[in-house]
Write a protein that binds this ligand. Structure first.
Ligand SMILES: [Zn+2]
Length: 161
């Protein structure tokens, strides 16, 4: 299956965040109109991810996925079943969609809790927002939610395996 990349607006922020945890490349255009999303999708070879069933006629050839509001797990599953993510699970920043960088523990001093540093685990940071990421109780809960939603294990990036 070829990799699918998406573009959406802030009405699907929570779905976009969770899909990014699965490795999907989801660009969010804040305050965009539906036409803006279709325009960007056509320009960049992306798929429009939207709550709107409306399809502007001049964008009839641009692929779009319509999801329904209120069923986050169902929406996530419908996208994940039919599309290939751009990267491994937990390899993108859930906030800004940038690919995370693997970092060494000496670079993380002062940035992550001491216990995390001593735990010798894989550390990543986001080149866009500067936030640090590591496997912790939050990721364990999130992983459980994602696996329940998908009905299968999701694995992790090579660095965290
Ligand atoms: Zn970020």
């Amino acid at each position: 299956m070829p990799v699918s990349r998406f573009v959406t607006d802030s009405s699907l922020d929570e779905l976009a965040r969770r899909l990014r945890f699965l490795g999907f490349d989801i660009e969010t255009l804040r305050g965009a109109r539906l036409e803006d999303l279709f325009h960007r999708a056509r320009r960049d070879g992306r798929i429009v991810l939207t709550l709107s069933a409306r399809r502007p006629r001049r964008f009839a050839s641009v692929p779009a996925v319509t999801v329904t509001r209120g069923d986050l797990a169902g929406a996530l599953r419908s996208v994940a079943i039919a599309h290939e993510p751009a990267g491994a699970p937990f390899s993108r920043c859930p906030s800004c969609n940038a690919a995370l960088r693997r970092r060494m523990s000496f670079e993380a001093r002062g940035e992550v809790p001491g216990g995390v540093l001593r735990g010798n685990q894989a550390l990543h940071d986001c080149p866009m927002c500067g936030k640090w990421y590591w496997e912790g109780s939050h990721t364990a809960r999130l992983r459980e939610w994602l696996e329940t939603a998908l009905g299968r294990p999701i694995g992790g990036p090579p660095a965290m395996a």
